[in-house]
Design a protein around this ligand. Structure first.
Ligand SMILES: [Zn+2]
Length: 351
């Protein structure tokens, strides 16, 4: 996916366009300059035109790139905190800004559905675009897929599945929500470090060192999350989610996604009345105590589903596709993983 870096194509811009671009940059910095409690990483976003510019698509990837890049790069994040990455469309100024980057770090696998043409355009103009998710043993979309793989083989089982076998499975696409597995994010940090060194020409060692620190924090969060979920009995480890965001989390922590309100791996489709009625039956049959909405997606449908079921079930909101506002429990990546585990453990046990 990565291309040999070359100098961005120079653009002639009108005064209005330049102003729009400037406003957009200021907006980006205002919305993402302090999304981490780690002051060393957030203060490093001060503009220094001598540093290479790295643009990340999502706040979660932006946080990773900022931590791995340290003071050596300027990091901007395209998708604002709290916005739905499946649904985010860039302005003309934001699309133009992409061409100023030394490197763009995107999730890929169709997550940034409405950003794709802007990313393609930048890549055609010579900006390297690193799509991290496809490098992380992605899971195929679809609820039946994960049943073919036990937890023990999740590290390697998918790597052994050839693309041809995936075709035979009938799944054309892969699940983009790789970041909800801390192990995959630990790997992602190292991959991003390699890309940063390759595209900026800077020494790889400090990038890899900071990637190792990021990986340690991700694995510490994984241990804490595992402990929080340990008390849930097998018959209560069943997830019903608003959109299909939690397959990676479920596989890592031995949970099972048994249903989703919005079909497909995105947030842009709509369920049928029959789908919703099937979910009511499923929730009742499994005595599910909580179902999970996401902070980035309207909870209207899942709330009405819960009303249909009755007092047995509550709707618990998770932050799956974005980080939380600064100071909130999900403002950092480890916080996101631990908070998700805590809300799921409490919700499914009826606490
Ligand atoms: Zn999502």
């Amino acid at each position: 996916m990565t291309r040999t870096p070359s100098l961005p194509t120079p653009h002639k811009r009108s005064a209005t366009f330049a102003l729009l671009a400037l406003l957009s940059v200021l907006g980006l910095l205002a919305s993402c300059g302090s999304d981490s409690k780690d002051t060393t990483s957030s203060t490093s976003t001060v503009i220094d035109s001598n540093r290479p510019l790295v643009i990340a698509t999502t706040p979660i990837l932006g946080d990773l790139v900022r931590q791995v890049g340290g003071d050596e790069v300027n990091v901007e994040v395209l998708i604002p905190l709290g916005a739905d990455p499946h649904d985010f469309e860039p302005s003309a100024a934001q699309a133009a800004r992409l061409r100023d980057a030394s490197l763009i770090v995107a999730n890929g696998l169709g997550l940034e559905e409405r950003l794709e043409s802007a990313l393609d355009g930048a890549e055609k103009d010579g900006v390297p675009v690193f799509e991290v998710a496809e490098q992380l043993d992605p899971l195929a979309l679809g609820l039946d897929e994960k049943e073919e793989h036990s937890e023990e083989e999740d590290e390697h089982g998918h790597a052994e599945e050839t693309p041809a076998e995936k075709e035979e499975d009938g799944h054309g696409t892969e699940d983009p929500h790789v970041w909800l597995d801390p192990e995959r994010m630990a790997t992602a940090a190292s991959l991003v470090a390699t890309q940063l060194a390759a595209t900026t020409g800077l020494d790889a060692a400090p990038f890899q060192q900071r990637a190792a620190t990021y990986a340690d924090a991700a694995r510490a969060a994984e241990t804490e999350a595992r402990a929080l979920l340990a008390g849930l009995p097998a018959d209560q480890r069943k997830l019903i989610t608003n959109h299909d965001a939690l397959e990676y989390f479920a596989q890592r922590f031995n949970l099972e996604v048994i249903g989703t309100v919005i079909p497909g791996g995105s947030t842009l489709a709509e369920p049928s009345a029959a789908d919703l009625s099937d979910l009511v039956t499923l929730i009742k049959a499994n005595n599910v105590k909580a179902i999970f909405s996401e902070s980035t997606v309207s909870s209207k449908l899942i709330e009405s589903l819960a009303r249909e079921v009755g007092s047995q079930v509550s709707v618990v909101e998770l932050s799956t596709d974005t980080l939380g506002e600064p100071g909130s429990p999900t403002a950092t990546y480890p916080g996101l993983i631990v908070t998700t585990a805590r809300l799921i453990a409490n919700g499914l046990s009826g606490r």
